[in-house]
Design a protein around this ligand. Sequence first.
Ligand SMILES: *Cc1c(COP(=O)(O)O)cnc(C)c1O
Length: 384
Amino acid sequence: MRLSTGRCGVRGNARDDFDAAVLANRATSQLRAYDPGPDLPSLRERFGALLAELGSNENPLGASHAVLEAMREALAHVNRYPDPRSGALRSALAAHLDIDARRILFGNGSNELLLLIAQCFADAAHSVLYSQYGFAIYPIAAIASGARGIAVAALPRDHPSAPLGHDLDAIAAAVDAATRIVYLANPNNPTGTWFDDAELGKFLARVPPQVLVVVDEAYYEYVDAPGLTSGLRFAREHPNLIVTRTFSKAHALAGLRVGYLVAHPRVIAVLERLRQSFNVNHVAQVAAQAALVDAGHVTRVREWNAAERSWLRTALENAGLGCLPSQTNFLLVDFEHDAEARERAMFERGILVRPVAGYGLPQMVRISVGNRAENERLIAAISA
Ligand SMILES: *Cc1c(COP(=O)(O)O)cnc(C)c1O
């Protein structure tokens, strides 16, 4: 027997007057669905091996053989729920970072954790601060929690070290009695810019302990700037500091969704009240642990990325395009007036890059460092 969906009105027009949007709660009614971008499966079909996916800061080198092998073995256990404590991964990461395992919490990507922090700690009585041109999830996290999201003006375009970067002095000055969370990305996406340890130390000293400071280090493994290590060096003195990281970028596991945060155990105890027990799947736990063990792969990725990013920057500059300084696996490129038209033209040739007009940067395009063949096709498309 064939199921008819038409007649019961599920597919039909009978209930077109049903307006669920007016039922959305106050926080959700202020949000819009994430733009999923172009339909990648159909583009992969259309362009095949000639598609250059340079829009999402993924790692073109892929995960290491050791990680792929560990994942294959893990597949035999997917009939069981994953370990809700991520115990083996937790112990491995605690040893890797030389910290107490109780200071770690894993998430379904760090994205989940960034949202969870606001959900657990902020509400309509609070405000949440972040920088103009800061990572897009921060305002969403603020609004979804019912709090007021406040973007603090970024540094000017002609700033010597961090053009369009975070103005930590201005952010510290904007903290008031209502502030509950400050989100900082270091390095930042989409600008690629960063602030060093000394600047973060000064900032933390100015912010009162009842304000949670979240330092998002999604690109941590790519960093080699002098004076920049990690927010973790301030964790002991500042129990209000939360550092987030991910296996999506340098570890090349974006498709598995696993990230983590490091925070005071009492902060973690609050987050645990709302975290889904099985938020990190078994294959992801096993893969992330294997990725930690294979430190050589991350070193190769870092060194390759630094060299390839420098090649790409030079090629872009030779094509007449300026780039912001970057400590990440992408470049923010200034296309001046015709960014949208050039992005469209590249798209038609199978070169996918990321427009950032939604961030208020209509003249810029964010381009991930691809492999050499992809980067060459990008440059050819730009020059055409
Ligand atoms: C990519 C990215 C993330 C999210 O990473 P997932 O762990 O894949 O959710 C978080 N913050 C910044 C700044 C990023 O660029």
